[in-house]
Design a protein around this ligand. Structure first.
Ligand SMILES: O=P(O)(O)OC[C@H]1O[C@](O)(CO)[C@@H](O)[C@@H]1O
Length: 319
């Protein structure tokens, strides 16, 4: 089917989206009654967050998801002001609520991500068919799998969408990542712990990280980016291997930092940026995400000018 003229070049897919409930407090008193200021509830999930960050970067996208039918209207209303098109396959019930406990004194975030509603092979086939009909050039597949789907669900979706030189980017972890590798993602962005789990060995230093990333390259992944928190990220790209370290920022939350980095990598791919430009943009996005004003409406979406400032200030070292 020919692409719809209004279809963006980029689509994101989230098979297990969430409403993120963020609660900030100085310190969690485990086993006690904790009273806090107002909590914030907003549509999220990895691919949804990527689409929002792409919109900040000026890249239109389509957000596709398997979504509890009771939350479709809320997600559509959330995405509309960002100009993000949506393609939601409804599942019976409501979507999961993921709790983010932000302890401001220790600067630590505890994530509690429960399972979402039951999905089916039929729902997966539907989302694949709807995406194929929209014919995006780049598809970003992000996050965990919902109950009811087999561990190779991302691999099946990739097989269904692998046509016409379409670029498939994957950001998942654990058995779902391992099962998706043979389907040939063009880009993977594990963090250090996820890569270590995938390879089944500790990755204690930079040399071990590079060796691990090169193993994925040898298995056919064109771009491997390994994020490593505040230390930055390793970029093993076709034209160079680099380390990018972000400038020092005041950390407000770690939630969505990886998604912001994936958005930067996606925009860089769409724009055909070189290795240094890619590393800078991805690093600027992640640094802006961790220092965003989380108290602002909607969880605080970073400004493009801040992303650009941080991207320019990142320290990029060829390896
Ligand atoms: O699909 P997963 O791995 O449970 O992650 C979902 C969570 O990740 C985030 O996208 C942050 O990366 C949250 O918005 C969401 O709650």
């Amino acid at each position: 089917m020919p692409p719809d003229a209004a279809t963006p070049r980029i689509a994101t897919v989230t098979l297990s989206p969430a409403l993120d409930l963020t609660i900030r407090m100085p310190r969690l008193q485990a086993g006690e009654v904790n009273r806090t200021g107002p909590a914030e509830l907003r549509p999220a999930g990895k691919g949804v967050n990527v689409a929002v960050m792409l919109s900040v970067l000026g890249e239109p996208s389509l957000a596709a998801a398997l979504l509890g039918e009771g939350d479709v209207a809320a997600f559509e209303a959330f995405l509309r002001p960002f100009g993000i098109a949506s393609e939601f396959v409804p599942l019976p019930g409501r979507c999961r609520i993921n709790v983010k406990l932000v302890e401001t004194e220790a600067g630590q975030v505890t994530d509690i991500n429960p399972a979402g509603p039951q999905a089916s092979g039929e729902a997966l086939r539907q989302i694949a068919a709807r995406l194929a009909a929209r014919a995006p050039e780049i598809v970003v597949m992000s996050g965990s799998l919902p109950p009811g789907l087999p561990v190779d669900a991302w691999a099946s979706l990739m097989q269904a969408l692998a046509a016409d030189g379409r670029k498939l980017l994957l950001d998942t972890s654990g058995p779902a990542l391992e099962a998706a590798l043979p389907a040939g993602p063009a880009l993977l962005k594990p963090n250090r712990a996820e890569l270590s789990a995938l390879l089944g060995r500790p990755l204690p230093d930079r040399a071990a990280l590079i060796e691990g990333a090169l193993e994925l390259r040898a298995r056919g992944v064109e771009q491997v980016v390994v994020s490593d928190g505040g230390a930055g990220a390793l970029f093993v790209l076709p034209d160079a291997t680099l380390w990018a370290r972000p400038p020092k920022v005041a950390l407000t939350t770690t939630v969505g930092a990886g998604d912001a980095m994936v958005a930067g990598l996606t925009a860089a791919l769409a724009r055909g940026l070189d290795a240094e430009g890619t590393a800078r943009l991805a690093t600027g996005c992640a640094a802006a995400a961790v220092s965003r004003d989380v108290g602002a409406a909607g969880g605080g979406v970073p400004l493009l000018s801040e992303i650009e400032r941080l991207a320019a200030a990142a320290e990029v070292t060829p390896l």
